[in-house]
Ligand binder design. Structure first.
Ligand SMILES: [Zn+2]
Length: 169
């Protein structure tokens, strides 16, 4: 075979291929699928797979790895900076969080709990300061609107009119 891949049997009816974050090829197949059929399917998908693996390898190369020391440093900075920014915006927005916590979430910059506790990722310290402020305003706005409705974004825009641009940073 040209590709090493992992076959996962499940009660699905069709074959599906995916390339995971670490560039592993995973083929999900119906429980009754025969190995030769799966091989034939993968072979047919070769051009697509080559592209998908290449893309994922590129993404993996771009993904930044941090040392323990860097993470420690970012956590320290986040613990100093983020509560200050939250306090600043909380005053002008008229909303008060139950607490502010710093976590090490990699895919989520911030979140607001149902009880209005705010969580922010220490990895925000690697972003543009304006983006950090956007995440702060976004999560604070969730205290008023626990959704992403138009009212929510209107509220965000009142305190950060160019939030659309900034959120793409
Ligand atoms: Zn949100």
């Amino acid at each position: 075979m040209l590709f090493e891949y992992r076959v996962v049997h499940s009660d699905r009816k069709t074959i599906a291929i995916q390339v995971d974050e670490d560039c592993n090829i995973i083929v999900k197949v119906p429980s009754y699928a025969k190995r030769e059929d799966v091989d034939a399917f993968v072979l047919k998908k070769k051009p697509w797979l080559e592209k998908a693996v290449k893309k994922q390898m590129q993404r993996k190369a771009n993904r930044k790895e941090y040392t323990d020391e860097q993470i420690k440093e970012m956590r320290k900075r986040a613990k100093e900076l983020i509560p200050q920014r939250v306090e600043y915006y909380s005053r002008i927005m008229g909303v008060k969080p139950a607490y502010v916590k710093i976590n090490s979430a990699k895919k989520r910059h911030g979140s607001c709990s149902p009880k209005n506790g705010l969580n922010f990722s220490l990895f925000l310290m690697d972003k543009d300061p304006r983006f950090v402020d956007y995440v702060v305003v976004h999560e604070l706005a969730h205290i008023k609107h626990h959704n992403h409705s138009k009212a929510f974004y209107d509220f965000v825009a009142r305190f950060m009119p160019d939030y659309k641009e900034i959120s793409k940073m």
